[in-house]
Design a protein around this ligand. Structure first.
Ligand code: SF4
Length: 574
C-alpha cells in the first residue's frame, strides 16, 4: 500500500511528492516527527527560524471510520519549551488527508505574505491569498473559508494569537460539525504556523481510501468497535466525558485550584461539585445540550460534548477536563457556565486552554486579578485577542509571565504549564510530566488512578515509562488515547489490522518498539537541544508546600528520577 507525503516549500511554493509505502506509513506519526526532527539537526536551531519544519501526520487508518483513529499529530521544535514537540488533535483533518491518500506533509520555510494552502482532491496544492481572513477569530475565519471552499473540506487554522506569534497559540482543526474547536494545542505549534505566515490549510474531503485488504480492515474496525462498546472505562467516558475526571481528582485531592494552592474545590459531603462530569452531564442533559459527541466521524467513545446554556443554546464544544480545571478551578471558577463561556473564547482565539488558564492564574497570583474574578479573565482574553502590549506579553505563556511579574509559584516544567493533575498527589502522571521530553504534558504518560501510596521511585517510574511507551505508540498511529483501555489490550488486533491495511507483516512487538523508539528519539533531541536533568525538576513550591487536604508534598527530584529512568531503560533494553 502506498500513500503520498507532501513537502510544501513555502518560499518557492513548490510541492514535492514523496511516496511512503508499507511500514513507512505505519511509522508516519509521532515516531516520524521525532526521527525527522532529530536527524535533520533541528535541535540546535532557533524554533522561530523558518528552517524549523512543521510536520502534520495522519495514522495508517486515516480516512476510514475506525472509531478513534483520525487524530492529527503536529510536530516541530517547540518555541515554548525549546524541546521536541508532538501535539495531536482530534477532528476531521486527518480524515480528509486520508481520503486523499496523504499520510502527512511538512511545511518548509516561510511564505513571503500570508497564505491559505489548499490541498485539493485532484492531487494539486494551491496557494491562495489570506488577506480577507486575517485578524479574525477562528469561528468567523472558518465560516468565511467554508463560504469560499464549500463544506466538504476540513480546516487547520492559525488563530489571531498565532498570527502575532503568541506562545499560547495552537492549531485548530474542524470537528464533525465544522466547528474549528479541536486543537493541537500544546507547545505553541500555532506560533510556528504563524511564523510561516500560513493562516489556514484547507483539505478537500472525498471518500475512504484504498487499503491492502479493505474487507479485513472493515472487519477489524467492527471488532475494535465491539470491544469499545463493552469496556467499562469507555462507557464512563461516554457517560461523563473527560469532565468526569474532575469528580475523581477533586475526591482524591489532586485537582488544581487557585494556582495549584489547593487540591480540592469542594468537600462533596457538604457541597455539590458543579465543576465535574456528573453535574455537567445532568445539567446539560436537562438543558438540551449534547452529553455525548464524536469529534471525528465514527468515534464510538464520544467523550466530547456540546455545552448548552439555560435556554438550550450552545455555549461551547467541548468542555474537556483539562480546560475545566486550568481555565476553571485553577483560576477560582466554580460554575461551569462561566468556564464554558471562557472556553469558547479560547476556542475562538485558537489558544491552548491549559497554558492560557495557567497564565491567568499566575497573573492572579501576581495580584493583577483575584481568583474567581470572571471579568478579569474576560479582560485578559480580550487584551490577548486585540494583541495589545499587555495582551502580547500575556500571550507569551505561563513561564514568561511568571518571570516578568517575579511570581514565585509558577507551575511549569520545561517552561510549559503543568496540566490538571497535581504532581504531589497524582505522582505517576507528575513523573511523566517531569521526565518527558515534551514538557509538562500529561498526555505523554497519564496514570491518574494509580495508587502511589507506599510506593518508591522505581515502581512509579516503571508505571510512567510503560505508559509513555504505550502512548507514544498510539500517538504514532493517529489513535486517540481515550481508547487506550481497549487499544492496550488489543495489540494483536491492531497489528493485524495495520498489516491488512498496508500489506505489511509486522509482528505483535511492533507497537512496543514503535513507542520505545519514539521516546528514545525525543530524548536524544532534547539532549542535543541542551536539556539536562535540571530541567526535570518541579517548581520549588511543589516540594515545599504540602497540598491540602492530603498534606502531600512532591517527593521526587530530577536527579533521583534520572537514576531510576536510566536504570529502567538498562534493565529493559532489547
Ligand atoms: S474519544 Fe473523544 S477526543 Fe477521542 S476521538 Fe473520540 S470524541 Fe474525539
Amino acid at each position: 500500500m502506498r500513500r503520498k507525503y507532501l513537502h510544501i516549500n513555502l518560499n518557492t511554493r513548490k510541492v514535492e511528492e514523496e511516496v511512503f509505502a508499507g511500514e513507512q506509513i505505519a511509522r508516519a506519526g509521532r515516531y516520524f516527527i521525532a526521527k525527522t526532527l532529530l536527524e535533520s539537526g533541528i535541535a540546535k536551531i532557533d524554533p522561530m527560524a523558518p528552517e524549523n519544519p512543521l510536520i502534520f501526520s495522519a495514522g495508517p487508518f486515516a480516512g476510514s471510520n475506525w472509531s478513534n483513529a483520525n487524530r492529527t499529530s503536529v510536530g516541530c521544535k517547540s518555541p515554548l519549551t525549546g524541546g521536541v514537540k508532538e501535539s495531536n488533535g482530534g477532528g476531521t483533518f486527518s480524515l480528509a488527508l486520508g481520503h486523499l491518500s496523504i499520510c502527512g506533509f511538512t511545511l518548509h520555510g516561510a511564505a513571503e505574505d500570508w497564505v491559505i494552502i489548499h490541498i485539493k482532491k485532484d492531487g494539486t496544492v494551491e496557494f491562495d491569498r489570506a488577506a480577507a481572513f486575517m485578524h479574525k477569530g477562528n469561528f468567523e475565519t472558518a465560516a468565511l473559508l467554508h463560504e469560499k471552499y464549500g463544506n466538504k473540506v476540513s480546516l487547520g487554522l492559525c488563530g489571531p494569537v498565532g498570527e502575532y506569534l503568541g506562545m499560547l497559540a495552537g492549531i485548530a482543526f474542524s470537528d464533525t460539525e465544522r466547528r474549528p474547536s479541536r486543537l493541537s494545542a500544546r507547545g505553541a505549534v500555532g506560533a510556528v504556523l504563524g511564523n510561516k505566515k500560513v493562516k489556514a490549510i484547507v483539505v478537500d474531503m472525498d471518500k475512504m481510501p484504498a487499503f491492502h485488504d479493505r474487507n479485513k480492515v472493515i472487519t477489524a474496525i467492527r471488532a475494535y468497535g465491539n470491544r469499545l462498546q463493552h469496556d467499562a472505562m469507555i462507557e464512563n467516558f461516554r457517560s461523563n466525558g473527560t469532565a468526569g475526571m474532575a469528580d475523581f481528582t477533586n475526591h482524591i485531592g489532586g485537582l488544581p485550584v487557585n494556582n495549584f494552592s489547593k487540591g480540592r474545590l469542594v468537600d462533596t459531603e457538604q457541597e455539590l461539585l458543579k465543576m465535574g462530569g456528573a453535574f455537567i452531564r445532568e445539567q446539560n442533559s436537562t438543558r438540551g445540550g449534547e452529553i455525548t459527541h464524536a469529534c471525528m466521524p465514527g468515534c464510538l467513545i464520544q467523550c466530547s460534548n456540546v455545552y448548552a446554556d439555560e435556554n438550550g443554546k450552545e455555549i461551547t464544544s467541548p468542555v474537556e477536563y483539562e480546560t475545566l480545571c486550568l481555565l476553571g478551578t485553577n483560576c477560582g471558577i466554580s460554575d461551569p457556565d462561566d468556564l464554558a463561556r471562557l472556553n469558547n473564547i479560547a476556542n475562538d482565539l485558537g489558544v491552548d486552554s491549559i497554558e492560557t488558564g495557567a497564565t491567568i492564574a499566575v497573573l492572579m497570583e501576581a495580584g493583577l486579578g483575584t481568583f474567581g474574578d470572571i471579568s478579569f479573565m474576560h479582560h485578559v482574553l480580550d487584551e490577548i485577542r486585540r494583541g495589545t502590549e499587555n495582551g502580547r506579553l500575556w500571550a507569551r505563556g505561563t513561564a514568561y509571565v511568571g518571570a516578568h511579574y517575579q511570581v514565585q509559584r509558577v507551575p511549569v516544567i520545561k517552561k510549559q504549564a503543568i496540566s490538571a493533575y497535581d504532581p504531589r498527589v497524582i505522582e505517576v502522571t507528575g513523573i511523566s510530566m517531569q521526565v518527558t521530553a515534551q514538557g509538562a504534558d500529561h498526555t505523554t504518560g497519564n496514570v491518574p488512578a494509580y495508587d502511589c501510596h507506599g510506593k518508591g521511585v522505581d515502581e512509579l517510574v516503571d508505571a510512567s515509562i510503560k505508559t509513555q511507551i504505550a502512548t507514544a505508540a498510539v500517538d504514532s498511529l493517529g489513535l486517540c488515547i481515550f481508547g487506550r483501555s481497549v487499544t492496550n489490550v488489543s495489540v494483536d488486533l491492531i497489528t493485524n489490522a495495520i498489516n491488512d491495511a498496508l500489506g505489511t507483516r509486522l509482528d505483535s512487538e511492533f507497537l512496543n518498539s514503535l513507542g520505545r523508539d519514539t521516546l528514545l528519539y525525543e530524548n536524544r533531541f532534547n539532549r542535543e537541544a541542551g536539556f539536562s536533568v535540571a530541567d526535570d525538576e518541579l517548581p520549588e513550591f511543589f516540594y515545599e508546600e504540602p497540598l491540602q487536604p492530603t498534606n502531600k508534598a512532591a517527593r521526587f527530584h530530577g536527579p533521583e528520577l534520572k537514576v531510576a529512568v536510566d536504570s529502567w531503560w538498562e534493565k529493559n533494553s532489547n
